[in-house]
Design a protein around this ligand. Structure first.
Ligand SMILES: C[S@@+](CC[C@H](N)C(=O)[O-])C[C@H]1O[C@@H](n2cnc3c(N)ncnc32)[C@H](O)[C@@H]1O
Length: 330
């Protein structure tokens, strides 16, 4: 995929106001990371992973902890942007302690020495506002792929899937109640070539007074999730990263919609449950003891941004942070 940073110039990249991206729940992430690195023996004895680097906002702050870092994103364009951002903030991106990668988080090759790992899921403001890649309602493309190895663009799905499969995607990944009506309109309007065209079709399919959100919001979310297989990716990424945490190490995940949050909540609950639940037992065959779980919650429930953060950064409104810790078993 060609990079096309339509409205963001390289000189802007150090500035949060112009990239439009404020790192969400930053203080909470820094508190968790500092404590976890300390619990793992300090910055000389563990490393930090940012598996969803984006514009590098969280990573820049995490770099101050002083541990070696793996900085990775599945989108090569974001890795380049984050490197520039480091430079513009006076942090030398070529320092040997920085290991820059372009990888899906699920496929990262990791040594088992992670003190802290972050996944800030979804897409960046730069994807939305600065790439013309089909994520925004007025984009004149309809791609949405975060990495070029993905087989199908959003346009491929919209132009080739049968109506029922399209409706299923909109319903399951967007929780869109008008999924059938929208799918029928899409099929009748083929071929679709731009996000603008798609947004207009949806506006016509769901007429009536505008509520707060754009009527195409759920459809765009559903397509993005399907194109990038975001839910399958996130579940596999948790397994990959959890396996590389040191005892005391923490995996923190920020999600932005309820489907993703539910998935992370359930995946974390499994990891924090007993490893082998006792099989059925009776008085003649007592069940073997379950192994103690390897992980525990690092945050009791979940954390959402403060009212102050939400006011400063509207995009943070739907964010939710969950975290688990690899237990230190004596
Ligand atoms: C919300 S942004 C991260 C913003 C970043 N924390 C910051 O402060 O700038 C999400 C980023 O994660 C990347 N991403 C999403 N899912 C991913 C995955 N499964 N593996 C690797 N990168 C992923 C996207 O390409 C995007 O750049």
């Amino acid at each position: 995929m060609e990079s096309d940073h339509k409205s963001i110039q390289p000189g802007d990249l150090g500035k949060e106001e112009s990239t439009g991206h404020f790192p969400v729940l930053l203080e909470e992430i820094l508190d968790l990371a500092s404590q976890a690195v300390q619990d793992c023996g300090g910055p000389a004895n563990c490393s930090i992973l940012d598996g969803t680097l984006g514009a590098g906002g969280h990573s820049l702050a995490l770099s101050k902890i002083g541990a070696p870092m793996i900085l990775s994103d599945r989108d090569q364009r974001m890795v380049s942007i984050a490197k520039e951002r480091f430079l513009s903030e006076g942090v030398e991106s070529s320092e040997p302690r920085f290991d820059w990668r372009c990888s899906r988080a699920s496929e990262l090759e990791l040594a088992p020495d992670l003190g802290f790992a972050l996944l800030d899921l979804g897409i960046s403001m730069i994807h939305l506002k600065g790439m013309n890649a089909g994520f925004s309602y007025d984009d004149d493309t309809l791609d949405m792929r975060l990495d070029p190895e993905l087989p199908d663009s959003a346009a491929d799905l919209l132009n080739n899937l049968d109506e029922q499969s399209l409706a299923d995607i909109l319903f399951q990944y967007g929780e869109e109640r008008a999924s059938r009506k929208i799918a029928a309109r899409i099929v009748a309007s083929r071929p679709l070539e731009s996000a603008r065209q798609l947004a207009t079709i949806i506006e016509k399919a769901i007429p009536g007074p505008r509520k707060r959100a754009h009527p195409a919001r759920k459809t765009f979310q559903a397509l993005r999730i399907a194109v990038n297989r975001e839910l399958q990716e996130a579940a596999q990424a948790v397994d990959t990263i959890a396996a590389a945490l040191k005892p005391g190490g923490v995996l923190a995940i920020i999600t932005f919609h309820s489907l993703e949050d539910r998935l992370i909540k359930q995946t974390f609950a499994k990891l924090c449950g007993a490893n082998q639940p006792p099989e059925q037992s009776n008085k003649y065959f007592p069940a073997p003891e379950a192994d103690a779980p390897l992980f525990e919650k690092a945050i009791r429930k979940s954390i959402t941004p403060s009212a102050e953060e939400q006011e400063k950064n509207l995009a943070s409104r739907s964010a939710r942070l969950r975290a688990i810790r690899r237990r230190i078993i004596e």
